[in-house]
Structure formats: C-alpha cells, structure tokens
Design a protein around this ligand. Structure first.
Ligand code: C2E
Ligand code: CA
Ligand code: CA
Ligand code: CA
Length: 277
C-alpha cells in the first residue's frame, strides 16, 4: 500500500522517501505537527476542458517536518485514519480552506475549494452540523466548499453515509466521488447520492488512450456521469495526449501535472491570474 501511495504522490526526493519509509510517523509526531503548525495546504487547479478556464481547486495536505523535510500525505493520512486524529486533520483542512476561500474572494478568485474527507468523518454523527458551524463562523458561501469522498468509503456504512451526504448537500456544499473506478461502489446507490462530480481515478487516466481497456473504462465513466446528470473530472492528467483524448470523449474537467502540480497559495494566485485573468 505504501508503495502505491508513494507513486500517486508529489515527487519528493528519494532521500526523504527513504527516511520516511524507514521510520514511519507515529500518531504522537502527527499530533505535534498539528500543534506546531507544520501542516499546510497546497492547491491544484481543476480546469474546464472546453475552454481551459480554472473552475476549482483541490486542497492537498503538506507536512514540512523540521528535520525530515517534506512528508507526503500518503505517509501520514492513512496512519491518522486509524485513529480519531483524522478528525483533527480534517478540521485543520476545513478551517485552512475556508480561510483561503475568504482571502481569494477578496482578490476576485471565486472558485470552490475541495477538501478531502475520510470515511471516518462521514461516520461522525454530527459531521454536517460541525461543517455548518464552520461555514457560519468563517462567513463563506457553502457553494464555494466542495468535499471529495472516496468511492471506497461510500460503501462502509451506506445508510449513514447517504444520510450525512444528504445533509451536507442540503447545506449547498458540493459533493464529489473521488478515485472513481477503484472502490466498487454499487451503481444502485450512485444515482441516489447527492453528488455533482465523479473524479475518475488516475490509474485509468494515465494509461489512456494507449491502453484500450483503461481508455474504454474512462469513456464509459464519462458517459455514466452524463447519463445520471453529473460531471466527470479526470485526475492525474500528465500529458497533452491524454488531454486531447479527454476532449474527444467529452470529459468535462481535468486535473494533473500537465496543467500544473499542486501550488502554495501565493503561487496558485499568480498562476490563476495568468490563466483566468
Ligand atoms: P487524491 O485525493 O487522489 O489526490 C490526488 C493525488 O495525485 C495528490 O497526491 C496529487 O498531488 C497527485 N497528482 C496530481 N496530479 C497528478 C498527476 O498528473 N500525476 C500523478 N502521478 N499524481 C498527480 P498527494 O498530494 O500526495 O495526496 C495523496 C493522497 O493523500 C490524496 O489522494 C488523498 O487521498 C490524501 N490526502 C491529501 N491531502 C489530504 C487531506 O487534507 N485530507 C485527507 N483526508 N486526505 C488527504
Ligand atoms: Ca482527492
Ligand atoms: Ca483521487
Ligand atoms: Ca488516489
């Protein structure tokens, strides 16, 4: 699992990788990281394929350890998910993203910011109330907050998850299914969920169009989204060929290194202004 996670991560230096795999982070260290403000969010744009306009951003967690350097989220999020510490991590991400929404709105950057949510969060009975309070506290418009829920987490407790997602969507928060194609979600539930987007997993995207099987699945996923009245985003778009293919099959949005790596807030702002300005 660790290896798979690493591949899907920002290219950190090999020295750092080795250091972190040798001494996996402990929950204590992670707790300290939160207290000592070592965590931050970087933002990766989501662009509309039809015209190249930026129409969203995904918040991705970064941990700058004082001695070990950058520790990728694949090294600590799964660890946090094994405990209630994930609640603190999610709270941090939500607050930080909401602060960013306020700041960007001031600069005329009005795009939803997507925060990654864990299975455990959706099983917290008061999760939607908690988010409603934060939205109120930060005074943001709920439409500027998006939550990405992995396809895999949807099926853990479907009743509870659907109920919580209904409440969140009722608040006008945008809901997306992440890593689509990897989580065996039941098609029976998919059209009942209050979702606006499916994010097609990068394993299908990066192998398309050369791999006919992957390309076929990608195309079917885009059609499926459209048939149930929602939009499709391809993640992990690494080159122009993939982008052209996505355009040809009518995929709505794209995200990936071909557009840009995740960026720190200031870099994101300059990048956005060059693109949409
Ligand atoms: P994810 O939600 O599927 O996020 C996409 C990952 O793909 C990110 O890795 C992103 O940097 C990377 N990526 C973006 N474009 C490309 C591309 O063109 N090619 C390739 N190979 N990769 C690309 P990152 O930032 O290392 O995050 C890894 C995972 O950690 C995320 O996968 C997500 O599951 C989790 N994660 C990150 N931040 C958070 C967070 O704040 N909360 C939670 N619960 N999970 C998070
Ligand atoms: Ca995501
Ligand atoms: Ca994903
Ligand atoms: Ca992933």
């Amino acid at each position: 699992i660790a290896e798979e996670k690493l591949q899907d991560s920002f290219p950190y230096s090999p020295e750092i990788m080795a250091a972190t795999t040798e001494n996996l982070v402990t929950l204590g260290e992670l707790k300290k990281a939160i207290e000592h403000c070592e965590l931050s969010l970087h933002y990766q744009p989501k662009v509309r394929i039809a015209d190249g306009m930026v129409c969203g951003a995904e918040a991705l967690m970064r941990w700058t350890h004082p001695t070990r350097g950058n520790i990728p989220p694949g090294m600590f999020i799964p660890r946090a998910e094994q405990s209630t510490l994930i609640q603190l991590i999610t709270e941090f991400a939500l607050k930080q993203a909401m602060e960013q929404i306020v700041v960007w709105e001031r600069y005329g950057i009005r795009i939803p910011i997507a925060v990654n949510i864990s299975t455990r969060n959706l099983l917290q009975p008061d999760f939607s109330d908690f988010i409603a309070k934060l939205i109120d506290q930060y005074g943001i418009r709920a439409e500027l907050l998006e939550l990405e829920v992995t396809e895999g987490s949807l099926m853990v407790d479907i009743e509870q998850t659907v109920a919580e997602m209904m409440k969140l969507a009722g608040l006008k928060i945008i809901m997306s299914v992440d890593d689509f194609g990897t989580g065996y979600s039941s098609l029976q539930y998919l059209h009942k969920l209050p979702i606006s987007f499916i994010k097609i997993d990068q394993s299908f995207v990066s192998r398309s169009p050369a791999d006919r099987g992957a390309a076929g699945i990608l195309e079917v996923a885009v059609d499926l989204a459209h048939k149930i009245g929602i939009k499709a985003i391809a993640e992990g778009v690494e080159d122009e060929k993939v982008y052209t293919f996505l355009h040809s099959i009518g995929c709505d949005m794209a995200q990936g290194y071909a557009i840009t790596h995740p960026l720190a807030p200031d870099a994101f702002k300059s990048w956005y202004e060059r693109c949409n300005g």
